[in-house]
Structures are given as C-alpha cells and as structure tokens.
Write a protein that binds this ligand. Structure first.
Ligand code: FA5
Ligand code: MG
Length: 401
C-alpha cells in the first residue's frame, strides 16, 4: 500500500472524552472528513415501491427471508412498502448523484421490543468516486489510512471486480466519514452523562455491499445497532449506469439515533401524544429525557399447538399482538422447548418444540403489557390477552394448550 498511497501513516488511539470509538485507531482531531453541506439531500419519495426496486435491483437472492410476506408489507405482488431506504439507491445513482443523503419512512414486520417498531425512519447516505487512480487519489486525500487494521478480510471480502486496494481505501473512507458523523452527533454537550459513549464497528453481511459493516452503541446496558454500511456492490452501480465508479453507502435508524441523543428508553414513545413526553422537546435542544414514571407491567403467557400444515411465523404472532394491543405491549418473548421457560434477555430466538408423534409444533409466548402513559389494570390486560387468543384461533387455527 505504501507504494500506491505514499501518504499512508500509522496513527494511534482515540477518545475525545465523550465518545469512545472502540477498535478504531483514529485520533479525534484527524477525524475531519465532514463536508455534510455538499451532500445532496433527498426526501419525499413515495414509500410504495416494487419488490424489484426493494430487493432485485440490490442483488437480494430469490429466497432471501426479507422478501417473505411475514417480513414485509405488500399491497399486492407488484407493490410493497419499502423496507429500507436502500430501495432508492439505484434511482439516485442513476440521476448522477455521487454524494447524497436520503431520509424516509420505512416499514417492516418485525419483533416487538423497545428498539423495534413496524414503521421507522432511515437515513441513507452514499458517496462514489471514479474507480481509477484519480478517484483513488481523491479518496486517499480525504482518508487517514491505517495500515495495520484491515477492513477488508477473508470473512468480509472485497468484490471480485474490485482492486482490493481500492476496496480497502473506500472502506476506510466510509469508516472515517461515519466516525466523523458520530463524533459530531454524539460528541456535543448534553449527550449522555458521565462515562463516554462506547461505539463499535462489527463485520456484517448485506446482499448489496461487500465488505459490509454495522455500528453498535452501548445504550442502557446493551449494544444497540444503529446502522448498516459497506462498499456498494458493483452490480448496483452497473444497473444505475455508473459502472466506472466505486464507493460506499450506509443506512441508519433515525429513531435509534434520537433514543441515544435524548436518552429515550423505548421506541414507542415517539408515537406518544402525552404532554409529559412532548413538552420535553423544545427549541431544537438536545436534553436528557426525564421519564415521568414507569408504569407497572403485567405479563401474560399463551401456549398453543399450531396445526401441522399452518406455519405460524414469529412476525405473524407479533402482528396479531400489535393489531389487538398496539402500543400497550412492551415486548414479546418466546419460551424454550415444550416447557414455558423464559430465559431473561432472550427475546424471540429459542427453538420451538415439535411433537415427535403428531409432528405438531408447540409454541409458548410471553406478552409483556405495559402502557407508557398510564397504569394498565389486570382486567384490561386479561381482556387484551383473550382477544389475542381468539385472533390466533381465528386466523391461524391454533389449539390453545
Ligand atoms: C438496512 O436496512 C440496510 N439497508 C442498511 C444499509 C444501507 C447497508 C446501505 C449497507 C448499505 P438494517 O436492516 O440493519 O440494514 O437496518 C438499518 C438500521 O435501521 C438498523 O441498524 C437500525 O438502526 C434500524 N432499524 C432496523 N429495524 C428497525 C425497527 N424495526 N425499528 C427501528 N429501527 C430499526
Ligand atoms: Mg441490521
């Protein structure tokens, strides 16, 4: 790398007191790649897109789970609500934009917990350069290259049509740009209190980028994912008629950013009309949210057999719960095996029990009812629970155990 990029230099560790970028060795004062002003900002695009735009144009394989009706909201087979802002990548690149941000509402059938909601907002950002020595010189001028921290690896490879050096450089520019964004966002006064905010990069996989990365922030005792990113797949750029370019893209969850900035503990609060919530956000100031009260929760379990031929997806279950109880549900967890054992902190990921003789599947869920604004009575929770049960029977023919 030295020969091609003579400015390459080794830099040492970082911390700016407020934000700690773990595993990245950029000194804070060098993270200066922010020129947000010259990114074109796009919004107001229709949320209704074709599955072709949402998936095919982005190289999603035919059997990708995201395409299923259990994961996405379809109007019909040719029209759906976009599940991510990446659905617009090809059209924006095709317009000739090479440095852009796009914000939009996106929709997913997803699990129920404090950081997932079926409608949320993403900001997509991308930057592409000429895939030649001149373009790479531009990247290099804007990047502090760290020679001993590989961003491209056997498990997170560069693409076959990319020069691995170009890929490495673009990946480093991506990380530097996002680190700079995070330092600007989270490094300001009033964000969090006491200990610095811990931020880490991890390897990821997306059908439309390689290498790919995610960023997580340590928030309220857990790592919270805030964005996905990577080097744009050449097929995407080819489809957009900009084959001579190479670059990066990211998509970040705006509610999650706001949760971290304002210390908002639960994503449902963004939909609250309670004055005690709304009145806390004034004059574009970042303030720490003062919880007015945490009302008691009330959990109810439901166990049932599903019919042999009717698969009941977790997201189907969650949809029934949302339809009946809306924001009165804090989270849904699934129990392990045939016994209703609920391990703490393990939402929706334990194996189901399949009866060896009848081949029927037994499922057991715990629904945690809690209002954000008031005390929920046990009678009210019982009433909601019985409506959930009857919807399960009606829509999926389940047999309650
Ligand atoms: C994507 O949506 C990719 N399109 C991101 C991307 C863009 C990758 C460009 C590469 C290049 P993901 O499914 O991880 O990735 O979602 C991105 C972010 O959206 C997450 O990190 C999270 O912050 C937010 N997010 C995802 N699901 C939800 C949800 N149900 N509720 C709230 N926020 C969510
Ligand atoms: Mg993700």
């Amino acid at each position: 790398m030295h020969k091609i990029f003579p400015r390459v230099r080794r830099v040492s560790s970082l911390a700016n007191g407020r934000v700690e970028l773990l595993g990245n060795q950029y000194p804070t004062d060098s993270v200066t790649n922010s020129h947000y002003a010259d990114f074109t900002h796009i919004s107001s695009l229709s949320p209704l897109v074709s599955p072709f735009k949402n998936f095919d144009e982005l190289s999603f394989p035919q059997d990708h789970p995201g395409r299923a009706v259990t994961d996405s909201y379809y109007v019909n087979k040719d029209l759906m609500l976009r599940t991510h802002t990446s659905a617009h990548e090809v059209e924006v690149f095709r317009r000739g934009e090479d440095k852009w941000l796009l914000t939009a509402d996106v929709y997913r059938r997803d699990e129920i917990d404090g950081s997932h909601y079926p409608v949320f907002h993403q900001m997509e950002g991308a930057r592409i350069f000429s895939a030649d020595a001149a373009g790479m010189k531009e990247v290099e001028e804007r990047t502090i290259v760290i020679e001993d921290v590989p961003h491209v690896s056997a498990t997170n490879p560069s693409q076959p049509t990319h020069d691995p050096l170009y890929s490495e450089l673009v990946a480093q520019n991506l990380k530097l740009s996002l680190n700079s964004l995070m330092l600007t966002l989270f490094g300001g006064a009033g964000v969090g209190s006491g200990a610095p905010l811990r931020v880490r990069w991890i390897e990821a996989y997306f059908p439309f980028t390689s290498p790919s990365f995610e960023v997580e922030v340590f928030f309220r005792g857990k790592w919270l994912e805030i964005l996905g990113s990577g080097v744009v797949r050449q097929a995407t750029l080819d489809t957009a008629n900009v084959s001579n370019k190479i670059g990066w893209a990211f998509g970040l969850g705006l509610e999650r950013i706001a949760m971290i900035l304002y210390s908002i503990p639960d994503i449902r609060l963004f939909w609250s009309t309670d004055e005690r919530f709304i009145s806390q956000f004034k004059d574009k100031q970042i303030t720490t949210f003062q919880p007015y009260s945490k009302y008691p929760s009330c959990f109810k379990d439901v166990s049932f057999w599903t019919q042999q031929d009717v698969a009941l997806h977790e997201n189907d279950f969650c949809d029934v719960v949302r339809d009946v109880a809306g924001d009165l549900v804090e989270d849904v967890k699934r129990a392990s095996g045939s016994l209703c054992v609920f391990p703490a902190m393990t939402p929706l990921q334990i194996d189901r029990f399949v009866h060896p003789k009848s081949n029927r599947t037994s499922l057991c869920y715990r629904i945690n009812y809690r209002s954000m604004d008031r005390s929920l009575s046990n009678e009210e929770a019982n009433e909601l629970q019985s409506r959930v049960v009857s919807q399960l029977k009606e829509q999926f023919g389940v047999e309650i155990r």
